[in-house]
Design a protein around this ligand. Sequence first.
Ligand code: TRP
Length: 452
Amino acid sequence: MSHIPHRSHWNNRWTFMLATAGSAIGLGNIWKLPYMIGVNGGSAFVIIFLLCIFLVGIPLMMTEILLGRRAQKNPLDGMNVLALEAKTSTHWKWLGGMGMVTGLLILGFYSVIGGWVLRYIGASASGAFSNITAMQSTENFNQLLASPFSLLFWHTVFMMMTMGVVARGVNSGLEKANNILIPALFSILLVLLGYSMSVGDMQAAYQFMFSLDFSKLTPTVVLSALGHAFFSLSLGMGSVMVYGSYLQKNVSIARTTIYIALADTMLGLLVGLAIYSLVFANQLEPSAGPGLIFQTLPIAFGHMPWGNLIATLFFMLVAFAAWTSAISLVEPAIAWIVENTRIRRKTAAFFLGLIIWLLGVAVVLSFNEWKEVKIVFGLNIFESLDKLTSTILLPLGGLFMAIFAGYFMKKDHVQDELNLAGYKFKLWQMTNNYIAPIAITAVFLYLLGVIK
Ligand code: TRP
């Protein structure tokens, strides 16, 4: 019914919002943010993370969308087109290329964690969490990690789900499902939060996450927070750029960005509060690491009325959120292959899926057989992939996107896309041209030991 113009604008805006929100909201909010807060000492991390979202994440999300909308292409060809338009070197296309590779590296471990979630749907449904103790829950999770076959099986299922959708072409049905499922996820979280509030130690959780305590602030905390702002908003690799190319010209990039970023951030913080109030009430370890939500949530679900049902629904919604994010991690690379070679979409999805799956096999083994195999900085395979992508490749991608939009593109082209006037444009310019690049560079230099 797209012959009704107003209606069709509205639809377009929603398609974009939902696709981008679907990409942003995922394991990053529900699985990663909570444990990162714990590993990085609580409130110091949260405060820097929020600063990074507002001062770096939001402006760079606007930048990435504007690059995508202007280019109307996959990230590599898109950067090429934009470079030509800006009359500068087409080497900028390698920025798009780097992003596509980054997406594949992320999916290599993302899919394994997506597998954990799938495993937990079945466990919830079968009542495995009924009246579970904290010890049993940790034990269950450790058993899963110790079993390469189980991990491999669920990783394989998750990869098949992801590549199955990608092979068919980005399926707008899935994006529409977001329309119901993301609010549903929010609602279940509120239930969880209410429960945590009544039985858990919400005060301790609040203190841990929000009290102004900079004593635990270290350069690694800052780097992790910056990296996670990128990860959580899907920035720096081209996911948002590709989705930005769907966006109707007359839709406000700034407003859409702010909605998405706020929803994404709120969701993560709500999960964090729910989890930490359980952690403190059950004397669990806040810095448990990647297993945190899988160890704590079953305790809550196992004791609440209707717990099995709520847990099953919860893990299904998380799996769904992870699924829509995973798709956005490969879509840029697939789009590039399909647009540049004679390889068919299905074939491309199959082979790319195979490569990512193999990477995932190594990640699976890094939780058991290859636990001690160190790759970089004394980290195992899973940790290396995570650190390399979140703390280096994504911020680097974002840095160059900001520089490109701020210093190479013509100002009227940027202004034409952003369609902001006066102080609003200035605000974007300030953050994109100065604050974000300087912040990212400073963090990098500090880590390289240049600034002491
Ligand atoms: N943002 C998603 C999450 O929070 C993960 C994700 C999807 C992503 N696409 C991305 C992360 C691109 C970085 C870059 O789960």
